[in-house]
Design a protein around this ligand. Structure first.
Ligand code: BG6
Length: 484
C-alpha cells in the first residue's frame, strides 16, 4: 500500500535537521515502504520545487557523508508542498484535496507528523479530525506528536482528551527520540535476549542505579524556551524516565507495543511519590553560572539547568534500590550513561591494591557518544600475592559493527510508517510520568526549596551533588565517556 508522510511545521528546524535526512537515509537504504511520498505543510509560500531545493541543501548538510545527489534527486521527486496555516480550517480542506490528488483515490497509509510549536498541536489535531483526515476507511491514519507533551499533568490530560476526540489511541505515536537510540534498544536485548544478566538484575545483587545525561552545551539560542521549561520538563519527565523504565521494567510477554508499554507503565506506577519532604532530601537542583546572561532568560530566573534526583520503585525487584537520575547543561562533557552498580561480595577474601578505592562490579551502558558497554570487575594483580585491581571488558558498537549508527529518527519514523508503536509513549505512560514530576515542579517553585545551587560550567553540576551522594555512602560515576 502507498504511504504518505505529512509534515506539519515543514519549514521548521526539526524538519530540515532530522526528519528529511532520516527519510532520505531510509530511502537510500531502500527501507521506506514502496511508493512513500512526503508532503510538507506550513505557512511559508514555497512551491514544490522551491521546498525541494531548500531541502537538498539542508539534507546535504545534515545527512553527512551519506548524501548522494543522484539518490537525493530520485527521492526528491516524491516530495511535495502544500502551503497552509494550522489556524485556518479551510487550509485543511485544501490539504485534503491535495492528498486525494496525490494518492489518486488509492487507499494509502498516512502518517501526520506534528513538528510544530506545541501551541499548534490542539488546533492541528482538531482540524484533522473535523476534516475527516483521521478517518481510517481509506487506509491507516497515524499521528506522530513531538515532545513536550503538555507542561504538567493537567495539560497532558487535556492534550490526550483532544487527541482522543479526533484519533483513537492506536493511531497516536508520542515520540521520545531517546527510545530510537540503538543502545537504549540494546538494553532490552541485553536484558531479555541473554540469560546471564536477568538473574542478577534485582535488589539481591544491585546496590543502586545511576542514570546520567550530561550535556556540555549551554542553552544557547533556545534560552527563551528553556527558561519556561527547565531541566525537569526538558529532560527528566521524558528522556530520563524513559531510560529508567527500560532499565527497570519486567520482561514483557511479547515484544509488541502494548505488552512492552504495559511493563513500562508499571515502573512509573510503582514509584514512590515525590512528596515535598522527599523533594527536600532527595533532590539537588542547580543553575550554571552565566545562565542569566542568555537572551530570553528572566533577570532573576530560578530555572534549574541541573537536577539530581533519587527515585524508589516499590516492587519486589527494586525494593531498597535507589535510582539516581542526574542531568544538566554546561557539564564536563557530553555523555549519557546508565550505571548498574552491583553490591560488594558478601565476604572479602582478598585485598584490593588500594582498599580505599575498592569497587564492586559495575556495568556501564554508554548510550552516547561511542555507544557500547563496559563491565568492571576485579582481577588479580600478577606477581603481587592475592592483590586485586579493577579492570574491564568492553563492547563497542563501532568496533563490532563498523559503519555509522543511524540517527534515532530513522528507526522511529520507519516504525511509525510500519505501524509499530513499541518505541512510542502511550497516553497513560506520559500521564504517569507527569504525575511523578508535578509535585517536584511544585515543590521547586514554592517555597523554592531545596535551594537553587550555582555551578561552574564544565563540571559535574553543583559540588553539593557530590556531597549529597557521599552522605549516602555512594559516589557518582564521574567519568566522561568510558568508551572512546
Ligand atoms: C531534547 C532537549 O529533547 O533533547 C534538549 O529539548 C536536549 O535540551 C536534547 O539537548 C538532547 O538530545 P540528545 O539526543 O542530543 O541527547
Amino acid at each position: 500500500m502507498p504511504h504518505t508522510f505529512v509534515i506539519f511545521g515543514a519549514s521548521g528546524d526539526l524538519t530540515s535537521r532530522k526528519l528529511i535526512p532520516a527519510l532520505y537515509n531510509l530511502h537510500r537504504k531502500k527501507r521506506l515502504p514502496a511508493e512513500t511520498r512526503v508532503v510538507g505543510f506550513s505557512r511559508t509560500p514555497y512551491t514544490h520545487e522551491a521546498w525541494r531545493a531548500e531541502l537538498a541543501e539542508s539534507t546535504a548538510k545534515f545527512a553527512g557523508p551519506e548524501f548522494d545527489p543522484a539518490v537525493w534527486n530520485a527521492f526528491a521527486q516524491q516530495i511535495y508542498y502544500c502551503p497552509g496555516d494550522i489556524g485556518h480550517g479551510e487550509d485543511f480542506s485544501k490539504l485534503k484535496d491535495e492528498l486525494a490528488k496525490l494518492e489518486g483515490n488509492t487507499p494509502s497509509t498516512r502518517v501526520y507528523y506534528l513538528s510544530t510549536a506545541p501551541r499548534f498541536y490542539e488546533p492541528a489535531i482538531k482540524h484533522l479530525g473535523d476534516h475527516g483526515l483521521a478517518d481510517e476507511s481509506q487506509g491507516k491514519r497515524r499521528l506522530v506528536i513531538e515532545k513536550p507533551f503538555g507542561t504538567d499533568l493537567a495539560t497532558a490530560k487535556q492534550l490526550n482528551i483532544s487527541l482522543h476526540n479526533s484519533f483513537a489511541e492506536h493511531q497516536v505515536y508520542r515520540i521520545d527520540h531517546y527510545l530510537g537510540k540503538e543502545t537504549v534498544q540494546n538494553l532490552l536485548v541485553l536484558r531479555f535476549g541473554n540469560t546471564i544478566f536477568e538473574p542478577i538484575w534485582n535488589r539481591n545483587y544491585i546496590d543502586h542505579v545511576q542514570i546520567t545525561v550530561a550535556e556540555e552545551v549551554e542553552v544557547g539560542k533556545r534560552a527563551g524556551y528553556y527558561d519556561t521549561a527547565g531541566v525537569v520538563r526538558d529532560m527528566i519527565q521524558n528522556h530520563l524516565l524513559q531510560l529508567v523504565m527500560i532499565t527497570a521494567m519486567e520482561a514483557p510477554v511479547r515484544y509488541a507495543a502494548d505488552p512492552v508499554r504495559d511493563e513500562k507503565v508499571k515502573v512509573l506506577l510503582g514509584m514512590k511519590p515525590l512528596t515535598p519532604e522527599r523533594v527536600q532530601t532527595d533532590t539537588v537542583r542547580g543553575q550554571y553560572q552565566g545562565y542569566l546572561a542568555h537572551e530570553g532568560v528572566a533577570a532573576n530566573s530560578q530555572t534549574a539547568t541541573f537536577a539530581a534526583i533519587k527515585l524508589w520503585i516499590d516492587n519486589w525487584r527494586w525494593q531498597g534500590v535507589p535510582f539516581y537520575l542526574r542531568t544538566g547543561k554546561a557539564m564536563s562533557c557530553r555523555t549519557t550513561q546508565i550505571v548498574i552498580q552491583f553490591r560488594e561480595p558478601p565476604h572479602m577474601l582478598f585485598t584490593s591494591s588500594n582498599r580505599a578505592n575498592a569497587e564492586a562490579n559495575r556495568l556501564v551502558v554508554q548510550v552516547q557518544p561511542n555507544e557500547g558497554m563496559q563491565l568492571h570487575f576485579q582481577t588479580k594483580v600478577p606477581d603481587a600475592g592475592m592483590k586485586m585491581r579493577q579492570t574491564d571488558l568492553d563492547f563497542s558498537y563501532q568496533r563490532e559493527f563498523k559503519g555509522s549508527i543511524p540517527d534515532s529518527y530513522q528507526r522511529l519514523l520507519l516504525d511509525a510508517l510500519e505501524g509499530d508503536a513499541s518505541l512510542f509513549a502511550r497516553a497513560d505512560e506520559v500521564e504517569a510520568a507527569w504525575a511523578l514530576c508535578d509535585p517536584l515542579l511544585a515543590a521547586w517553585n514554592d517555597p523554592g526549596l531545596p535551594k537553587l545551587l550555582p555551578y561552574d560550567p564544565g563540571h559535574w553540576g553543583p559540588l553539593e551533588s557530590s556531597t549529597w551522594m557521599e552522605a549516602q555512602g555512594r559516589q557518582w560515576f564521574d567519568t566522561c565517556p568510558v568508551l572512546r
